[in-house]
Ligand binder design. Structure first.
Ligand code: GLU
Length: 461
């Protein structure tokens, strides 16, 4: 069987972390089987589907490298086809026109709820002659009156529902628009979708969708309903837990590789493996590895993975991250500094924001001094710094040589590291918190170190 999966987000909010995981699982499953992974934007709710949200879906998927194969399908463009199928079901007697007015329907719904029965419109069994042709009508599916429907779900196992619990579902509303339930079935069929992998909040819909498929005589897809993601406290994932738009993770400094790896492990396992590359994931991914209970979102784990991916990133890619958004391009001198700096800071930074902050001192010759760091540059400090600038040899050597020179120099003056290093760090980087002082000295080189110290001293004099 050709494997075709799809990710079918409704663009009514941003692409959040749960949606991204669904996309990832669909992508990996399709790639694992050499199949296709399609994107369908379910934008039928015209009032709530915004262009901003549609753009955010494409942007988020693009960032995670999970864009669908080929062009995306927009559900709103397929209304005619949905209607055609509803008409076909009508003609075949699997569906009926229901002329209940909104008031009658409300009354029926209240009554049905009271007795715990599904809605069965009186129009279901009326002879055609009894119908009122000019009144607006909805098209409803004739659900079986007894028996059960069973789904062999690849994650949930065998799940059944009693038909007595199923309403005669509406496929076309009385204004002629198709419902989600009908549109999903028709689109999945037309797109050739073989496997539906989605959140288990859709399991109840699957029973209803199966009934439409059955009435049409189409082949049932294979379902895999994955448990939703919960917060670290076990409650349903909300903003408070990190259920943010995907691009907010980029803004927080996460790498797409780390987010992908984290999402993969969130609800899917391959033994104890934690660090899983995309190639490896494609090779290993299967539906059997998806857990049955909700996974908990854990920011610390994501952060640890992010540190790992930064750490193993090659230097050129890290340089690109730092210099990426800068125009004009970095000067050769700055590039030379970064080449020395990058191997050290990529090991220390937990995210790209930290990384950029650690590199900031190398990007400009006149770093801004943080207001809270200024207090460190008092008169005794400035005196020591001036001495430092005078004594520093023009070419002090590599970091090992710099360290030895610095320690010897401190000893000569009977100073400790703490008497000099904090002020030196502020003078050279503008910050109290900055990478290791020896690293800063090595990266900047003697001339630049002297120039920065003298600029500070002259300013204060
Ligand atoms: N559009 C639906 C949603 O965003 C998903 C429909 C489906 O996967 O069948 O929840």
């Amino acid at each position: 069987m050709d494997v075709i999966t799809r990710f079918a987000p409704s663009p009514t909010g941003f692409l959040h972390i749960g949606g991204a995981r669904t996309a990832l699982f669909n992508f990996l499953f399709a790639r694992h089987h050499g199949g296709r992974y399609l994107l369908r934007v379910e934008d039928t709710d015209r009032a709530r589907s915004t262009k901003t949200a549609i753009d955010a879906i494409h942007q988020g998927l693009g960032w995670l490298n999970l864009a669908g194969d080929g062009e995306a399908t927009y559900q709103s463009t397929r209304q005619q086809r949905h209607t055609e199928i509803a008409e076909k079901l009508l003609a075949q007697g699997h569906a009926y026109r229901c002329y209940l007015t909104p008031e009658e329907l409300k009354e029926m719904r209240d009554e049905a709820r009271k007795i715990g029965q599904p809605i069965r419109s009186p129009w279901r069994d009326k002879a055609p002659s009894q119908k009122t042709p000019d009144a607006p009508y909805a098209v409803r599916l004739k659900m079986p009156l007894d028996g059960t429907t069973t789904i062999a779900d690849a994650v949930q196992g065998t799940v059944s529902i009693n038909h007595q619990q199923l309403d005669d579902l509406v496929m076309l509303r009385s204004d002629g628009t198709p419902t989600y339930m009908l549109a999903v079935v028709v689109d999945d069929y037309d797109m050739g979708v073989s496997h539906i992998i989605r959140g288990d909040d859709h399991l109840n819909n699957a029973f209803r969708q199966q009934k439409i498929i059955e009435a049409l005589g189409w082949t049932q897809p294979i379902y895999a309903h994955i448990p939703l993601i919960h917060g670290s406290d076990g409650a349903k994932l909300s903003k408070r837990h990190g259920a943010l738009g995907v691009m907010e993770y980029e803004a927080m400094g996460f790498l797409p590789e780390a987010v992908n790896n984290y999402l993969l492990r969130l609800g899917w396992a391959h033994g104890d493996d934690e660090i899983i590359s995309r190639t490896q994931a494609i090779e290993w991914f299967d539906l059997g590895g998806i857990g049955k209970s909700p996974a908990r979102f854990d920011m610390e784990k994501l952060t640890a993975l992010n540190s790992h991916y930064l750490n193993v990133m090659d230097d050129a890619a890290v340089m690109a991250l730092i210099g990426d958004d800068l125009t004009p391009p970095l000067a050769p001198m700055i590039k030379t500094r970064l080449k020395l700096l990058v191997p050290a800071i990529k090991e220390r930074a937990k995210n790209t924001n930290e990384l950029r902050e650690m590199a900031e001192f190398a990007l400009s010759d006149t770093p801004n001094i943080d207001p809270d760091a200024k207090t460190l540059l008092d008169a005794p400090y400035l005196e020591r710094l001036a001495r430092f600038a005078d004594d520093l040899p023009a070419d002090v050597g590599d970091s090992e040589a710099t360290k030895i020179w610095f320690e010897t120099w401190l000893a000569t003056h009977d100073w400790k590291m703490r008497d000099v290093a904090p002020g030196l760090r502020v003078a050279l980087t503008g910050k109290k918190q900055a990478p290791d002082i020896i690293l800063i000295l090595t990266v900047l080189g003697s001339d630049e170190v002297k120039a920065r110290i003298r600029a500070i001293c002259n300013n204060r004099a």
